[in-house]
Design a protein around this ligand. Sequence first.
Ligand code: DX5
Ligand code: ZN
Length: 225
Amino acid sequence: MTRSELLIAPSVLSADFGRLAEAVQQVEAAGADWIHVDVMDGHFVPNLTVGPPMVEALRKVTKLPLDVHLMMTNPDSFIEEFAEAGANYLTVHVEACPHLHRTVQSIKERHVKAGVTLNPATSATTLEEILPEADLILIMSVNPGFGGQSFIETSFQKIARVRHMIDQAKSRALLEVDGGVNLENASRVVKAGADVLVAGSAIFNSADFAQTIHQLRTSSQTVTV
Ligand code: DX5
Ligand code: ZN
């Protein structure tokens, strides 16, 4: 199956929250494909961030798809609100959803793309049954909760394994990778099988967003001599 064109999704977790609208517009102008929004509940992960009102606010300042990553227990009770707020993708954790099939259906019923994500220690095999239903699979390459962490090396094998599963199943699900992605490892992440790169600190801590996004996008094409 032909691989999709690589997409770059800046994570606004690493942006200046006091000037979030401006940051989103800057990365949009710099060539970003999606805006990745990290929702943390202080329970599933040891950090608190934003909820549906922030998604609604961001919806008004960008045309880009809002890729909303729900790091929360019981996401089911907020799906309606996030859908109403304007999320284009809602991604839930396997570890937080005892009735994952129902959760995914409930996302899709609201005409939102459904993503399923795995923590680093969760086996790729947990995706087998849900894969035909998912629009997006997100592999966490750090333990979720914070930006700016280091990429966990074993994630490369997991990305390759999930790439194989997606291709074998002839699934149209996009494969996204989140956590510690930077200019040094992006090429290997893409070669392992990623369709979408989330990058927070690598983009927002760089001096030139456009250049960094361009370098991430083209990194796998760079020929080393
Ligand atoms: C981590 C979040 C990530 C994070 C990525 O829990 O899900 O989206 O913002 O940030 P970097 O790219 O800095 O690791
Ligand atoms: Zn994320």
